[in-house]
Design a protein around this ligand. Structure first.
Ligand code: AMP
Length: 358
């Protein structure tokens, strides 16, 4: 396995807040970062050693970028396959292209999870109106239609409560390939942030419990209000997924929990650090960002224990204007992503409160 030592350069595809926090963590471990992003003024550029502004289809710029770094990684799952291919031909790409392929397509993802022995909601693929009708017959109601690709924060999704809703589905999926999945009557949504190093060591963080508002993560709390059995089972599932992908880096497995049955159903995976792991910056010895850098550089993984009772709140849009309130709060750790335009719903920063054990 190839170790990248401090002093080396890490390339990051994507220049948003995740790339920014990865670069800050990398700097703390003695690495330099080179950020590749098509948008000028990307938040990660403010904290990077080198930057490239070019499109993800610019073969020459991608090749130069890859040759200038010791290892490359990404902060978003929609990196085009061709981009990943160019980068991996010229440097180490961690996590690899398979993690992207699986997580970019909900059907491939569901099939991979089923093959790995992980329980998901029942699902059926459809494209045409006739196929949708067939899928609705076998999956039943309520169900949720989701586009196979490029869906996030509830976009490209339609709840189907009765056959009357079927007409809406094709307009929401825009007649692109999609899946219909059974609606899960869960009690809570959780996620597990898990790391797997290039040497194959695996470490999972305590389970995060997540509350969404308007399909966007609002609050994460740790510990999650789940039984010890569910906590342990969730971590085992996350490790299983990471191992099945021969994954290198930090990944996130989102799950639905039914308390009475102690049942866990995997919703989706994200091949990257995740909003529901931001609490680790202030609430764990090793943040998810540092852990990702450790994993891709093949350093030993760090401790994942939580330092107490933790609550993380996202600051969306104008919420960031309350910064003075958080700065004045002796228990709050405030994080600003350096974005200047607080558009409604845009992730501008977050705050974490840690009620320490000691
Ligand atoms: P996703 O984009 O798949 O993460 O879905 C966004 C949100 O929609 C999830 O966080 C859930 O709150 C809800 N959701 C998605 N799929 C289902 C399902 N099969 N059953 C119930 N709720 C769901």
């Amino acid at each position: 396995m190839t170790r990248v030592n401090p002093g080396g350069t890490i390339g990051i595809l994507g220049g948003g807040q995740l790339g920014r926090m990865l670069a800050l963590a990398a700097a703390n471990l003695g690495y330099r970062c080179h950020i590749y992003c098509p948008e000028e003024n990307s938040p990660a550029f403010q904290v990077a050693d080198q930057t490239t502004v070019a499109s993800y289809t610019n073969e020459e710029a991608l090749t130069d970028f890859a040759r200038a770094v010791d290892v490359a990684t990404y902060e978003f799952e929609n990196v085009p396959a061709q981009t990943a291919d160019i980068v991996s031909k010229n440097t180490l790409l961690r996590p690899g292209a398979r993690a992207l392929m699986v997580s970019q397509d909900r059907l491939v993802e569901k099939e991979f999870l089923a093959d790995s022995g992980v329980k998901t909601a029942p699902y059926q693929a459809f494209h045409s109106a006739a196929e949708l009708k067939e899928a609705f017959k076998s999956i039943g109601r309520p169900s949720v239609a989701k586009t196979r690709r490029f869906g996030y924060d509830g976009k490209g999704q339609q709840l189907v409560k009765s056959s009357k809703d079927l007409d809406k589905v094709l307009s929401v999926t825009n007649s692109t390939p999609a899946i219909l999945e059974g609606f899960v009557n869960f009690d809570r949504e959780i996620s597990v942030i898990v790391a797997r190093s290039a040497s194959g060591d695996v470490a999972a963080y305590p389970v995060s419990e997540n509350v969404h508002t308007n399909h966007i993560l609002d609050i994460t709390t740790v510990p999650a209000k789940v039984s010890d059995m569910v906590e342990a089972k969730a971590k085992v599932i996350a490790a299983k997924v990471a191992n099945a992908l021969e994954y290198v880096g930090v990944m996130t497995v989102e799950m639905f929990v039914s308390d009475a049955k102690g049942q866990i159903i995997v919703n989706e995976i994200a091949p990257r650090v995740h909003n529901s792991g931001h609490w680790t910056m202030d609430g764990a010895t090793t943040s998810q960002f540092e852990q990702h850098i450790r994993a891709i550089c093949d350093l030993p993984l760090g401790a994942t224990n939580a330092r107490g009772i933790i609550r993380m709140k996202n600051l969306l849009g104008d919420d960031i204007l309350d910064n003075e309130q958080y700065l004045a709060d002796p228990k709050a750790s405030f994080h600003h992503y350096g974005k200047s335009d607080p558009r409604p719903g845009r992730k501008m920063g977050h705050v974490t409160w840690v009620d320490a054990d000691d």
